[in-house]
Structures are given as C-alpha cells and as structure tokens.
Design a protein around this ligand. Structure first.
Ligand code: CTP
Length: 211
C-alpha cells in the first residue's frame, strides 16, 4: 500500500485566538495525533502539507509544515494548500474568537466583557467547497454521546469519515487514543492504541480508499 504521488493535507494542534497582545484563548490539544498522522502519511510516500497550530513538536521527516496561530490563519493556509487528494483535519480549532484589544487589558479596568465571534469552520468549508479533496476526514472530540454526535457531525460537515474520540479522560495531552471510525457504511470501534499506531492504521485506510 502506498501514497506515492498523492498530496495529503493535515491540520494539527490547537489554535490561539488573541484577546490582547499578551493573552490568548487556547485549548488542550497537544498536536500529537495530527503530527503522527502527517508522519505516517509521509512514510507511506505522500507529499504531506501539515498546517500546525502552536505546538512544541518537531516536524516529522519529509513533511512540509506551515505554522499558524489563529483559526483564520489556519483556514487561509488550508485553502492555499489545495488541491489535495485527502485532507485529515485533526486540529482542535477554536470555535470562537474575539476582536483583540491593541493594548494590554489592565486589571484595574475590571473584568473585560469579551464579545465572542464565530470562526471559520475549515472542515465544513472543505466539505461544501468546489476544490473538495476526494477523501475528507474530520475528527470529533466529544465528552458525551461520542458516536451519535460524531455521526451527526459527518453529515453536517459533509465529511467522508469522522474519527471520533472521547476526550473526557486525558486523551488531549496523552499518548494513547481510543477512537471510532465513522463512515457512510457505519461505525467501527478501534481498540485503544498509541497515537502512532492509530495514525498508521488510519493512513493505511486512507491509502486503500485513494488507491
Ligand atoms: N473544525 C474545523 N474548523 C473549525 C472547527 C472544527 O475544521 N472552526 C474541524 C476539526 O478539525 C475536526 C472537526 O471539525 O476535524 C470537528 O471539530 P469539533 O471541535 O469536534 O466540532 P465542532 O464543529 O467545533 O462542534 P462542537 O465543538 O460543538 O462539538
């Protein structure tokens, strides 16, 4: 099984949405699962573009990495990297941003009233876009009703597959993952495994779907 000649686009890590020049809205994504998927795709011979939020992980060998900070920057970098044969969107993209203050908010001014604005939904944009990758894979991080919510997300965002994981434990910082693969055919429960192992297994599936 090979991905030679294929372009695989991967997003990974959190995004940081600035509040002011020193503060951000962030999340607990470590980027490990997405980086492992990018690494596995490169090992399978793909040209890999990895759009990474702020993480402290080395770039895997053979992977072209674009570093971004915000959801808006991630969306721009993904769209600029098309066309791709497959896109695997692993990043924990912020759902909301605020209009950042240009100078540091001072404690003496009292608690700020943050006005949240929606960010662009990269997966949904790709799902409905004209340059849609042939295989579009999303992740769904859930703490409850994991499979049901992921099944709904697959349809709502027009993804081909959703990899659902239960993040009520320490998955987001940890090195292991237990996922469910949701496709048009149904739901597969994969055994708990290291994130590298989950990545290899997913990339093998991608390779056979694109073959
Ligand atoms: N995603 C994205 N752009 C966003 C938000 C999410 O591309 N602005 C992608 C993620 O990379 C993931 C999938 O959408 O592949 C699902 O992300 P998730 O955060 O679980 O879903 P949301 O749509 O944000 O819904 P909710 O947070 O309400 O569960």
């Amino acid at each position: 099984m090979t991905l030679a000649g294929k372009h695989i686009l991967v997003t990974a890590g959190p995004t940081h949405e600035p509040i002011d020049p020193v503060r951000v809205i962030a999340n607990r994504s470590s980027g490990r699962q997405g980086f492992a998927i990018a690494a596995a795709a490169a090992e399978f011979g793909a040209r890999v573009t990895l759009v990474a939020g702020p993480v402290a992980i080395a770039t895997p060998p053979g992977v072209d990495r674009i570093d971004v900070e915000t959801a808006g920057q991630m969306a721009d970098a993904v769209m600029a990297s098309l066309p791709a044969d497959a896109a695997i969107l692993v990043a924990a993209v912020a759902d909301w941003r605020v209009e950042p203050a240009t100078t540091k908010l001072k404690k003496s001014s009292g608690p700020p009233q943050l006005r949240f604005l929606p960010t662009r939904d990269i997966l949904a944009e790709l799902g409905s876009g004209t340059d849609r990758p042939r295989l579009l894979v999303g992740f769904a991080a859930e703490t409850d009703n994991v499979v049901e919510q992921a099944v709904a997300k697959r349809q709502a965002k027009k993804a081909d597959w959703i990899v659902a994981n239960d993040v009520s434990g320490d998955v987001m910082g940890g090195s292991r993952n237990r996922v469910h693969l949701i496709t048009a055919q149904g739901v597969e429960d994969w055994p708990e495994a290291g994130k590298d192992e989950v990545a290899r297994r997913l990339v093998e599936r991608v390779a056979s779907a694109l073959a």
